[in-house]
Design a binder for this molecule. Structure first.
Ligand SMILES: [Zn+2]
Length: 416
């Protein structure tokens, strides 16, 4: 806790509110660039972001002008970091936009991983600050708060009895790091957009898991730059396994992972004494953590729904402006938050969490399924016509992906 106090009190400025204005200004300027220059726009952004020389030393947003009460409340919240009701938005405000740094540090410390792996405190702090900085604050959804939220959810899953009894400290370290870095440097647009605008990342990764490969390689870049694990003989293994976990979050491979999970559960042959099986369960846990928004209490879930739809519609606006084909779910005139959410819950979230609850039949799993049902009902009540297509999923959520191929394909393509 002493170490945490030191980090919490490290000098940081209270700019959360001005950030919102800055984001809209950037979003507007992005939309005004001619179509032929879209590729340059994104390459240019990446160049600026990746240039350490231009960026200088990493820095936390200042905390020192915040009232002592804010720091006290943030520390108080961390005592309940394992609660499914944890309000990451409030925590982010209390830490002045530093939720990812503080939350991840706290968890690594709480699990005893800093001591066990003899992590250098200066390197660790630098690594976490760089990770937080490499998320784009201007993205409504794929930003550092989403990463912090996924890390918090991952922590909840790691504490579930089946995992807690079998995971090694190394597994936990990997799980937390993968959660914190799984969307690193996300550009706020999806893979089809990068492909159709000839973005260099699409060419680099041959149009396959383009974003996930980039998130992983960006994480490896920061690990090497900070030399966080350079004293460990398992450095290569960390990089490899981190990649395997992050690549599992590619939603276009959802059915592949889900059927494997289903087969293991049907045959009851998951043996968590085997490293490969533990790794597979970690992959499934990270996938759940990544799309668990609809399983949170309504007040939190609703905010995430609004943010992710805002990001989709922003992409749609860029596509419209530059006369590109508008991606599915991105047209604000053809979709609503409710219709996007109900489809997402039916075709993607329900099937995954139904299997997760079979694997880990606990109070948390029942709580998550309970929120999922209530949240879907709330969106349906807000827009009854949008819920019409989800009847199949409601009758048998576990098999929704097989029965509703069109919807499934639509969401597989879009959600990342
Ligand atoms: Zn994510």
């Amino acid at each position: 806790m002493l170490i945490l106090n030191g980090i919490l009190h490290h000098g940081i400025s209270m700019s959360s509110f001005s950030c919102v204005c800055l984001c809209s200004a950037r979003a507007e300027s992005a939309g005004s660039i001619p179509a032929r220059r879209i590729r340059r726009l994104f390459s240019f952004q990446r160049h600026l972001l990746s240039s350490r020389l231009l960026r200088g030393a990493p820095h936390l947003n200042p905390l020192h002008i915040l009232d002592e009460d804010y720091c006290g409340q943030a520390k108080c919240m961390l005592e309940k970091v394992g609660s499914w009701n944890f309000d990451i938005f409030l925590f982010d405000r209390l830490t002045n936009g530093n939720s990812l740094v503080f939350l991840t540090f706290n968890l690594l410390n709480q699990y005893g991983l800093i001591e066990l792996f003899q992590l250098d405190m200066v390197k660790l702090r630098r690594f976490l600050v760089l990770v937080q900085e490499d998320y784009h604050n201007q993205n409504p959804y794929h930003n550092a708060v989403h990463a912090a939220d996924v890390t918090q959810a991952m922590h909840c899953y790691l504490r579930e009895p089946k995992l807690a009894q079998s995971l090694t400290s190394f597994d936990i370290l990997l799980g937390l790091l993968a959660a914190a870095t799984h969307d690193l440097d996300h550009p706020g647009v999806n893979q089809p957009f990068l492909i159709k605008t000839n973005h260099y990342l699409a060419a680099l990764y041959r149009n396959t898991s383009v974003l996930e490969n980039h998130h992983w390689r960006s994480a490896v870049g920061l690990l090497r730059e900070t030399e966080l694990f350079s004293h460990l003989p398992v450095e290569d293994s960390i990089e490899r396994q981190l990649g395997s976990l992050i690549l599992a979050t590619d939603i276009s491979r959802q059915n592949e992972y889900l059927s494997r999970f289903r087969t293991h559960l049907d045959e009851n042959d998951l043996c968590l004494g085997h490293a490969s099986h533990r790794h597979f369960v970690l992959q499934m846990a990270l996938k759940c953590a990544d799309i668990c928004n609809p399983c949170r209490p309504w007040e939190l879930s609703k905010q995430w729904s609004e943010k992710v739809t805002e990001e989709f519609f922003h992409q749609g606006d860029i596509e419209k402006k530059h006369k590109l084909e508008i991606s599915p779910l991105c047209d604000s005139e053809a979709n609503t938050i409710a219709s996007v959410q109900i489809g997402f819950m039916t075709y993607v979230v329900e099937p995954l969490f139904a299997e997760w609850a079979r694997f880990s039949d606990t109070r948390l799993s029942q709580t998550m399924l309970g929120h999922l049902g209530l949240n879907k009902a709330s969106w349906s009540a807000l827009e009854p016509e949008a819920s019409g297509s989800s009847e199949e999923g409601e009758s048998e959520p576990g098999r929704a992906t097989e029965e509703c191929t069109d919807g499934d394909e639509l969401f597989k393509v879009q959600i990342t």
